[in-house]
Design a protein around this ligand. Structure first.
Ligand code: ARG
Length: 258
C-alpha cells in the first residue's frame, strides 16, 4: 500500500528467518489472550491445502448458518476444493476435538475490490453442516460502529510470540472511529472508507489482529460488527486495525445465507 508497508514486509520475512527477537511482543492477535471453543463456538478456522504451515491454517471466519461461513474475500481466491473449515478446535493441532468440513461453493461479494478492499466478504458453503453450534447474527445498524464501543476480535492468526501459534485468541479492541483511520495518510490512500470500514485497535502498538486473523469476527453486543480485513503490519504504533463493516453489506450477505 505504501513504502512503509513494503519495508514492513521485509521485517516480517526476516522474522520468519529467525531474526524475530528484536520484534517480539510487537505483532499478534498480537497481545490477545487464549479463547476457548466454548466461549466462541461460531468462530471457525479456515484451512487451505496451499498453506505452508502443518496446520494448513489460512484465515479465520464465522459461522452465520449451520452450513455457511462468512470470511474475507481476500481469503477466498483459491480453488473451492482447496478449502476446509474447522469448528470447535481452539488449538488446531488438537485433532481429537471439533468438526471439519470441506467447502462445496464459494461466493465473493460482487462489489469486492482488491485495490481498496471494500466489501471484503466471502461466503463458504459447507459440505457438512456444523452440528450443535449457535450461529452469529449479523449487525444491521450502521450506528453500531461508533467511537468508544469495545468489540472483541477472535482469530487463529499470528501471535508473534505473544501467545502460542495456531490457537484461537481474542482481543478487546476499542472502536477508534472512522476519523482516526481517515487521519492516517496511508490508510486514506489505501481506501479506508467511513461507510464500509471499522477502525479499531491501539495506536500505541500494544495489540492488534494480524495475518491469519483475516475474516475473523469482530463481535459487539452478541452481533457481528465486522470482519478482520487489513492493516499496516500488525500492532504498529500509529496504525489501527481495519475491519470490513457488516451492516452496510448485511442485506446482500443475508441473501447468501438462506
Ligand atoms: N490481511 C490479514 C490477513 O490476511 C489481516 C490483517 C489484519 N491486520 C491488522 N493489522 N489488523 O490475515
Amino acid at each position: 500500500m505504501m513504502k512503509r508497508a513494503v519495508a514492513l514486509g521485509l521485517v516480517l520475512l526476516l522474522a520468519g528467518a529467525g531474526a524475530a527477537a528484536a520484534d517480539s511482543g510487537k505483532r499478534m492477535i498480537v497481545g490477545g489472550t487464549l479463547a476457548s471453543a466454548t466461549e466462541a463456538p461460531w468462530a471457525v478456522a479456515i484451512t487451505n491445502t496451499d498453506a505452508s504451515r502443518a496446520s494448513k491454517r489460512w484465515c479465520s471466519g464465522v459461522l452465520v448458518a449451520p452450513n455457511k461461513v462468512l470470511t474475507a474475500a481476500h481469503c477466498a481466491a483459491r480453488a473451492t476444493s482447496s478449502y476446509g473449515v474447522i469448528q470447535g478446535r481452539a488449538d488446531l493441532n488438537d485433532r481429537e476435538v471439533g468438526q471439519f468440513s470441506k467447502v462445496t461453493a464459494l461466493w465473493v461479494h460482487p462489489a469486492y475490490s482488491g485495490t481498496t478492499n471494500h466489501n471484503d466478504f466471502a461466503v463458504l458453503t459447507l459440505a457438512k453442516p456444523m452440528t450443535g453450534v449457535p450461529v452469529m447474527p449479523l449487525e444491521t445498524s450502521a450506528k453500531a460502529d461508533r467511537k468508544g464501543a469495545v468489540p472483541v476480535v477472535y482469530g487463529w492468526g499470528d501471535t508473534h510470540e505473544t501467545g502460542p501459534e495456531d490457537t484461537l485468541q481474542k482481543l478487546a479492541v476499542p472502536d477508534l472511529g472512522d476519523s482516526t483511520c481517515l487521519g492516517i495518510k496511508g490508510y486514506r490512500e489505501n481506501g479506508y472508507s467511513a461507510a464500509a470500514n471499522v477502525c479499531a485497535g491501539y495506536l500505541d502498538g500494544r495489540a492488534d489482529a494480524c495475518q491469519g486473523d483475516s475474516g475473523g469476527p469482530l463481535v459487539l453486543n452478541g452481533r457481528l460488527l465486522a470482519l478482520v480485513s487489513w492493516g499496516n503490519g500488525c500492532a504498529q504504533a500509529g496504525y489501527a486495525g481495519v475491519y470490513a463493516e457488516v451492516a452496510p453489506a448485511a442485506k446482500t450477505l443475508m441473501d447468501q445465507v438462506r
